[in-house]
Design a protein around this ligand. Structure first.
Ligand code: ADP
Ligand code: MG
Length: 257
């Protein structure tokens, strides 16, 4: 389980996390929602030790993430993370991408790493794409590849940071479906998302962050249907506007003059 206790963090003079306390139980899917800049990504990065903290403590299975005596590289293998932007190596095939960490980090032989990689590619529905370069995959397939890469280290926890935000709307479903599959298999997950429908249908609990604090936390039923805090109500009204969230353009639009 992941325990976050009174965590504070600033970037220079800017306080970003102002005393966050949260517990994520084994097998739980916790969603983090909140406006841009509320500290969601920073919190994920603190959980896996990519960012330092100034106060409080985070424990993963009882090990303190930010304790100097903790071997962060060992701990980090327990925590798979997937980001909004696809981060596959463009010159490596799908199989090579997934096999990379098992080979380099877990020191498996090429053959062993490929067996692991095949298993996880099949798991996310990319079993027929092993020899394909990432550029030949759709955005949704690339995100599933990113999930397979994280799974290849056999993590106990998966952290997702707006993994569908850069996708064309028609590609969102397949990625959410993959996440639901992991949840059904018992994976413990922290999911930052703007997809309120996903929160409603899939989360065990949802935390609404505002200005670096947990403003409200509870079941989707409690937080989405009966928000107690005015800031939560305001946020949800905005998120639920039919034109929002605006689908982002997946690639920069090049203007031809
Ligand atoms: P969210 O993911 O909820 O949009 P973030 O955690 O990315 O929020 O950011 C929270 C605040 O911290 C924002 O004001 C952002 O500008 C600031 N911030 C995030 N990362 C950095 C950084 N590396 N250096 C300085 N400021 C940062
Ligand atoms: Mg973010």
């Amino acid at each position: 389980m992941i325990e976050i206790k009174e965590v504070t963090k600033s970037f220079g003079a800017l306080p970003v996390l102002k005393g966050i306390s949260l517990t994520i139980e084994k097998g739980e899917l916790l969603c983090l929602i909140g406006a841009s800049g509320s500290g969601k990504s920073t919190l994920l990065q603190c959980i896996n030790g990519l960012e330092s903290i100034q106060g409080g403590e985070i424990w993963v299975d009882g090990t303190s993430v930010h304790n100097r005596k903790t071997n962060i590289n060992v701990l980090r293998r327990k925590l798979g993370i997937v980001f909004q932007q696809y981060n596959a190596f463009p010159h490596l095939t799908a199989l090579q991408n997934v096999a990379l960490a098992p080979r380099i980090v877990a020191k498996r032989s090429r053959k062993e790493a490929e067996i692991i990689a095949r298993k996880h590619l099949a798991h996310v529905g990319l079993g027929d794409k092993e020899n394909v370069l990432p550029s030949s995959l759709s955005g949704g397939q690339q995100q599933r590849l990113a999930i397979a890469r994280a799974l290849a280290m056999e993590p106990k926890y998966m952290l997702f940071d707006e993994v569908t935000s850069a996708l064309d709307p028609e590609l969102v479903g397949e990625v959410l479906e993959t996440m639901r599959l992991l949840k059904s298999e018992g994976m413990t997950m922290v999911v930052v998302t703007h997809d309120i429908n996903f929160v409603r249908e899939s989360a065990d609990r949802v935390a609404f962050l505002s200005g670096g604090e947990v403003c409200e936390i509870g079941t989707p039923q409690q937080v989405l249907e009966n928000p107690r805090h005015e800031l939560t109500q305001k946020f949800l009204r905005r998120e639920r506007r039919p034109e929002s969230p605006t689908p982002l353009t997946p690639f920069p639009v090049v203007r031809v003059v």
